[in-house]
Design a binder for this molecule. Structure first.
Ligand code: NAD
Length: 242
């Protein structure tokens, strides 16, 4: 299958959080293929071997450390497109939640998205616009088990998207949420047995497994000028899982 090339993405400055693995690595690869100038933040440099050396710039930073994140964002400078992708979906039940764990889960799944948006918005405004794409999740829409704090944060991301789209719209900054279904990544394969995978596919309308490249395809469109009037909403890539 041949994939779309968006002329408006060529040369654009793109920042991807959590670009070291999973969907984020797929995003790095996809935006590099568009000729964009890609930077990504992660805990470890695990850049895709598919990429030529130097194709994307890696910044090592713990996104839950907001002062360190702000220093990293200042180093990266102005960006045209921000993909707030990083998260952590460790399983937990209500009985396990302490105050410290609550704060930690909100820090890794919600807080940094807002501080990244806050840091890049003035530069986007000065450049005449930009796109911020937040990564939500189907999990809270389905009410999946053992993820109460992750789902709470992911629900918050959709609310934050709507609020920021309203606040930043006058500056021509578009803010959207991508809502993935179950995406086949190395980490996800830790949680799912072949039987579990089969159950997910059976609950989808389409029989295929979603891979990072499918999520990247939606992200490329939302980041491009072709999506110039798309803002304030969630866009699903879930093969019709319900
Ligand atoms: N894979 C799925 O099935 C699925 C489903 C729904 C939503 N999502 C969402 O899509 C996004 C990407 O998911 P994924 O499956 O690729 O996740 P992943 O766990 O495979 O990758 C997340 C990346 O973020 C990085 N990261 C995590 N915490 C960090 C921190 N504190 N500082 C810096 N980097 C950090 C990790 O090192 C990793 O490289 C997430 O927002 C996730 O919630 C994924």
């Amino acid at each position: 299958m041949s994939s779309a090339i968006y002329p408006s993405l060529k040369g654009r400055k793109v920042l991807i959080t959590g670009g070291g693995s999973g969907i984020g690595a797929g995003l790095v690869e996809a935006f590099v293929k568009q000729g964009a100038q890609v930077s990504f933040i992660d805990l470890a440099d695990t850049i895709s071997e598919q990429l030529p050396a130097g194709a994307a710039t890696f910044y090592k930073c713990d996104l839950t450390d907001i002062p360190a994140l702000e220093r990293t964002l200042a180093q990266i400078g102005t960006v045209d497109i921000l993909l707030n992708n990083a998260a952590n979906d460790d399983r937990h039940s209500l009985g396990d939640v302490t105050e410290a764990y609550f704060d930690n889960r909100i820090a890794v799944n919600l807080k940094h998205l807002l501080f990244c948006a806050k840091a890049v918005a003035p530069g986007m405004k000065a450049n005449g616009g930009g796109a911020i794409i937040n990564f939500g999740s189907i999990s809270w829409h389905l009410g999946l088990p053992d993820l109460v704090l992750y789902e709470t944060a992911k629900a918050g991301i959709e609310g934050m998207t709507r609020a920021l789209a309203r606040e930043l719209g006058p500056d021509n900054i578009r803010v959207t949420t991508i809502i993935p279904g179950n995406v086949k990544t190395p980490r996800q394969m830790k949680w799912y047995t072949p039987e579990g995978e089969r159950q997910i596919v059976e609950a989808q309308c389409l029989p295929g497994r979603i891979e990072p490249k499918h999520v990247a395809g939606l992200a490329l469109f939302l980041a491009s000028d072709d999506a110039e009037l798309c803002t304030g909403h969630g866009y699903w890539i879930d093969a019709g899982w319900r």
